[in-house]
Design a protein around this ligand. Structure first.
Ligand code: A2P
Length: 363
């Protein structure tokens, strides 16, 4: 999630104030130990129903599943509804300053992450692109996501925006391209037509082979349903705010029932969740950091967490979430804990448009 320019400034202040009031308290716990499994809840985990990306109305077909129906390593993946595989854990770059995002991405790639999330609105595309190019890892082994910003809505501007992103990334193709924020009724009477124009641009880019999968971010079911009225290709992914204390179960369930893979932005609630007493209790019980509990929680909900940190040791430890399971009871405890860490950016309130005023082109 995020906004360019002024937003970065605003977030700097937010972080400064957050640290001051202890909202963004960070904590690391060295020396993680392996948790002894009492109950293996993996068998109960629901694989996203899914399938092939389909022209509207076409049968969704056989549901592809994750490699082994459970995630055992950073290299495990989910199959999107067009057959493309997406790694089950990603490295995010929101709020990461220029330059730092390159170091962070390189550290993440060294630690084994193969999904890197960026956005034109984050100002991190150049860093991500050069890290991918300089990593020495074959391009096809890295899954690069970027997002289309609200200033480029409509068919023509969407095509131009994607070309600009490709140039800034310095890559020949993007693995996953997302509409960063929907245009909603609060912003424009013709919000459906505006999103439809943008989506037509996405479909063209996809058909031209410049993008391997297309999706959305911060979309509610009503926005996806509206898109489906004219779409020829359905979204593969919806990236939403998701963390203990704000995990939007109805939205997640709806997306997964519709074959849309859910990704979690701010899986640690911008760090605010890390000082929560329920999480701290579970951290002690499992011998894991609070961050690892949050990220594992997402995985066990079949949600792909986009973990981000500017510290190399945290980048490594945040990926050490494949050798323990949170029991069903503890999953329930997290799912029903009091709200915490909510960003206040609800799509229906059009936070991005309110702050920056997106373009309202329909073409
Ligand atoms: P830092 O970059 O200093 O590590 P979210 O992904 O929910 O938006 O949260 C990101 C925030 O959480 C960042 O401020 C990041 O700070 C912090 N963070 C990430 N991993 C950890 C960790 N393992 N322990 C403590 N804080 C963390």
């Amino acid at each position: 999630m995020l906004f360019p320019g002024q937003y970065a400034t605003m977030m700097t202040w937010k972080r400064v104030l957050g640290s001051f009031f202890g909202v963004c308290r960070r904590k690391s716990r060295p020396g993680v130990r392996k948790f002894d499994l009492k109950a293996d809840s993996r068998q109960e985990r629901i694989s996203p129903p899914c399938p092939i990306l389909m022209p509207k109305g076409e049968n969704r077909g056989e549901c592809p599943r994750s490699d082994s129906d459970m995630f055992q390593s950073l290299q495990d993946s989910l199959v999107l509804n067009n057959g493309v595989r997406i790694p089950c854990l990603g490295y995010g770059t929101w709020q990461t300053p220029e330059g730092v995002a390159k170091e962070g991405t390189l550290a993440a790639l060294r630690a084994g992450y193969r999904l890197i999330d960026s956005a034109s609105g984050y100002g991190t595309e150049a860093d991500v692109g050069s890290a991918v190019r300089e990593s020495g890892i074959p391009r096809e082994e890295i899954f690069v996501t970027t997002k289309h910003w609200i200033d480029s809505r409509g068919y023509t501007k969407t095509i131009e925006a994607a070309e600009t992103s490709l140039k800034t990334l310095g890559l020949d193709y993007i693995d996953l391209y997302l509409i960063h924020w929907p245009c909603v009724s609060r912003t424009a009477e013709k919000w459906k037509e505006i999103n439809a124009g943008t989506w037509r641009g996405f479909e063209k880019l996809y058909r031209d082979g410049k993008i391997r999968a297309i999706g959305v971010s911060n979309f509610l079911p009503e926005h996806i349903k509206a898109l489906e009225e004219t779409a020829e290709i359905l979204p593969s992914v919806n990236q939403i705010e998701f963390h203990p204390g704000y995990d939007q179960p109805a939205l997640v369930q709806w997306c997964q029932n519709h074959g849309i893979v859910v990704e979690a932005w701010s899986p640690l609630g911008c760090g605010a969740v890390l000082s929560n007493p329920i999480l701290s209790g579970l951290s002690k019980k499992y011998g894991r950091t609070e961050a690892q509990i949050c990220l594992r929680y997402a995985l066990q909900k079949n949600v792909i967490p986009l973990s981000k940190s500017t510290h190399a040791d945290r980048i490594v430890s945040n990926a050490q979430i494949f050798d323990f399971d949170i029991t069903e009871d503890d999953m329930l405890t997290i799912a029903t804990m009091p709200p915490v860490g909510y960003s206040t950016y609800h799509p229906a309130e059009a936070p991005a448009d309110s702050l920056f005023g997106g373009s309202l082109d329909i073409d």
